[in-house]
Design a protein. Sequence first.
Length: 60
Amino acid sequence: MPQHTPTRPICANCDGFPTVTITTGQTTPDGQRQTITAHCPACHGTGHATAARAHTRIGA
């Protein structure tokens, strides 16, 4: 019987597109565009949100 993995919620900040490549506007010596890679700061490049921590009140 197949085992189903529960789906993880998609990150609300990047909508599941956690890594983007941005061109710097410069070219390398062989003529290719120079790029940098940026990751979503909220999910750290995974594309999935972590479960929110529950707050509990201690004391009165």
